[in-house]
Design a protein around this ligand. Structure first.
Ligand SMILES: NC(=O)c1ccc[n+]([C@@H]2O[C@H](COP(=O)([O-])OP(=O)(O)OC[C@H]3O[C@@H](n4cnc5c(N)ncnc54)[C@H](O)[C@@H]3O)[C@@H](O)[C@H]2O)c1
Length: 439
């Protein structure tokens, strides 16, 4: 059995801080309040409903709840805060987002109205379709990051939190390539003092959290914490980090289907994905510079899973196209179509059509919760830097230098489960199972 690492208990209150209090953030906050009030179930959340096999399959398989195996923060002892450039409280923002039933929101009006966003660090140059007045002023990006750190300290004190974590739920910013300023902590800090244009607001929130040793996850495709400087800082301060881009609708389906088709050595000639959605996220992504960030995040998935260089006969000529169309009538109820042209025995063509009538924020909310609670767990297990085991939740997972990110959802799940077993010194499971048949 592996040496038992020590994981500290989850004592006291945990603060979950969300930069960006729009559809996703308010759906997770209202959802946790609804669950705590016994009004609903946390469906989609592994930390709340998932089980983990422990030990052998003989004598009745043991599959306790994950939260019985590792010390996950009690949902009743979680408090939420965040930042936004609009000053609506969570009740108002959730009502505006129109994701959850208004009757449910009305029944939670008192606690939700009390959660008010702090002033945002925002710059319209990075999110062209938004403009708000609830914004901080500061001469340099470093000065703004320090204001975020002050906010975090105050939040922790005011809410009597033992620990805090941060999950970026803000808008997708314009596409920025990693450059020299992102390479080291020193170059990043210098760039922040000099207002370097390649340092977007989401990176300032990430810097503030990581500098304070606070776990940070990024739910948008922005670079944010996915640069060498912040990985280095995270190792220095002991902050676990994970990014980027929540894996919700279409990419979730892609990373479920593609490994299955490849497992049977079926060829794929084309994969056309298109979406319609009408929420604020859709409006932001309607700008080509912001869409580019999302497109890059969505495109990497198939190549990594299918490995066309190793299977040229099956995937060399795969034509992969992704489109997102802003269509206001649908609001948060996104519809994603996939047309997959596949090839079977003797190259005979077949087609698969997927029409996923999903709800964006309903799929994203449990991801936010799990990322927050698992990152807090990682911190208590003294794990710092990139948490590859959380790739399971991310469209464009961050990986160590020189490593290919893993996109196959089944491998991601195996990694997540084995990491949890490892944390508490349980045997890892590799599904070989030959020992059951040996005399
Ligand atoms: N819902 C999904 O399925 C899904 C999946 C993957 C990624 N995402 C990403 O999650 C993010 C949130 O999605 P959403 O549907 O809640 O969008 P949303 O537009 O409803 O909410 C985003 C919020 O962030 C705020 N914001 C923007 N810049 C900010 C800043 N610098 N500081 C503080 N607040 C800021 C906006 O005012 C807005 O209220 C987006 O980046 C989206 O691309 C969502």
């Amino acid at each position: 059995m592996a040496k038992k690492p020590s994981v500290k208990k989850a004592t006291g209150k945990l603060g979950i801080l969300l930069p960006g209090m729009g559809a996703v953030a308010t759906t997770v906050i209202a959802g946790v309040h609804a669950v705590n009030a016994g009004k609903s179930q946390p469906i989609g959340s592994l930390t709340q409903m998932g089980r983990l096999r422990i030990g052998k399959r003989t004598g009745g398989t043991k599959k306790p709840l994950i939260k019985e195996v590792v010390p996950i923060q009690d949902l009743k002892k979680v408090v939420f805060g965040g930042w936004d450039l609009f000053d609506d409280n969570v009740y108002e923002a959730a009502s505006h987002a129109q994701v959850l039933d208004q009757n449910l929101l009305d029944s939670l009006k008192r606690p939700l109205s009390k959660i008010k966003p702090m002033k945002a660090v925002f710059d319209k140059n990075y999110v062209k379709r938004l403009d708000g007045k609830h914004v901080k002023r500061g001469k340099t990006k470093m000065a703004l990051a320090k204001q975020i750190m002050k906010d975090i300290e105050n939040f922790k004190k005011d809410n009597k939190c033992n620990r805090v974590v941060m999950v970026w739920c803000g808008s997708t910013e314009i596409y920025i390539e990693e450059s020299a300023v992102h390479q080291t902590v020193a170059s990043l800090e210098k760039g922040m003092k000099e207002n370097h244009k390649d340092i977007a607001p989401s990176m300032l929130y990430a810097y503030a959290a990581i500098k304070m040793g606070i776990p940070y996850a990024n739910g948008a495709p922005n670079l944010s914490c996915d640069v060498p400087a912040l990985v280095e800082l995270a190792r220095e301060t002991g902050a676990p980090i994970a990014g980027k881009d929540f894996k919700t609708g279409q990419t979730l389906m892609k990373t479920i289907l593609a490994p299955g088709l490849k497992a049977r050595a079926l060829g794929i000639e084309g994969w056309f994905s298109t979406n319609i959605l009408g929420n604020r996220d859709g409006a932001v992504l309607d700008d080509p510079d912001n869409f580019k960030t999302k497109e890059v995040s969505k495109m990497g998935v198939l190549d990594q899973i299918l490995e066309p260089e190793l299977y040229p006969e099956l995937y060399k000529d795969l034509y992969h196209k992704v489109r997102i169309n802003y269509y206001p009538p649908r609001g948060d109820a996104k519809e994603g179509w996939d047309n997959i042209d596949i090839r079977g025995w003797l190259n005979y063509p077949m087609q698969i059509k997927v029409d996923f009538l999903c709800r964006d924020s309903i799929l994203a909310a449990p991801i936010v919760l799990d990322l927050a609670l698992f990152l807090d767990l990682a911190k208590r297990a003294d794990m710092s830097g990139i948490q590859e085991w959380l790739s399971f939740y991310l469209k464009s997972p961050q990986a160590g230098k020189g490593l290919q990110p893993e996109h196959d959802i089944f491998k991601q799940l195996a990694k997540l489960e084995n990491t949890l077993r490892h944390m508490v010194g349980e045997d890892l499971i590799n599904h070989l199972g030959l020992d059951y048949y040996e005399n």
